[in-house]
Design a protein around this ligand. Structure first.
Ligand code: SF4
Length: 95
């Protein structure tokens, strides 16, 4: 079976990511718990625009940010989504 260029490119990009399924499951579960706890504590789920934009700016300058995929190569998250969630944080403490 011949794979399309798109499939090959996707696999190439994905290979740089943290794609260990168990680790990703823990990351995702941890994020969901953090978001839920933040909501219980402050009643907030989403970060405001100022905070989200600052986070995205920091990611944009980070060597671990894959601009084409829009993902952090350390946590594997889609940063456009992650920066909007109040309870999330950078895995290496940049924000
Ligand atoms: S979350 Fe942190 S490590 Fe990942 S791309 Fe953003 S600044 Fe870099």
């Amino acid at each position: 079976m011949v794979k399309s260029n798109l499939t090959l490119r996707y696999q190439h990009k994905e290979s740089k990511m943290n794609n260990n399924p168990i680790k990703l499951l823990f990351e995702l579960t941890g994020t969901a718990v953090d978001v839920f706890n933040e909501y219980k504590k402050k009643g907030e789920i989403l970060a405001d625009d100022k905070k989200s934009n600052l986070r995205m700016e920091l990611c944009g300058k980070c060597k671990s940010f894959d601009k084409e995929a829009g993902r952090c190569t350390l946590c594997g998250c889609f940063m456009k989504v992650k920066v909007r969630l109040e309870a999330t944080s950078c895995p290496i403490g940049k924000w």
